[in-house]
Write a protein that binds this ligand. Structure first.
Ligand SMILES: [Zn+2]
Length: 75
């Protein structure tokens, strides 16, 4: 026994949420969230200021709208 713990792979983010550990999601300066206008250091996938909750809610709403449009034959 070496006394060392086996290395574990980092946990994969759950489906439907963004990986906020990525540096591109963080900025040095605060800016108003594009959805609720509260000051945030976070940036969404488009590089625009967005809180974690706001960005993930918008992502879920967009996915739901796309799924609904697909089911209605609009896509
Ligand atoms: Zn927000």
């Amino acid at each position: 026994m070496t006394g060392r713990r086996p290395r574990r792979a980092p946990p994969a983010p759950p489906t439907g949420v963004l990986d906020w550990s990525d540096r591109r999601h963080w900025a040095r300066t605060q800016a108003p969230c594009r959805y609720c206008r509260a000051a945030t250091f976070l940036r969404d996938d488009d590089g625009l200021p967005a809180d974690k909750v706001c960005a993930e809610t918008a992502l879920a709403q967009r996915a739901a709208r796309t799924a609904a449009a697909y089911q209605n034959g609009q896509l």
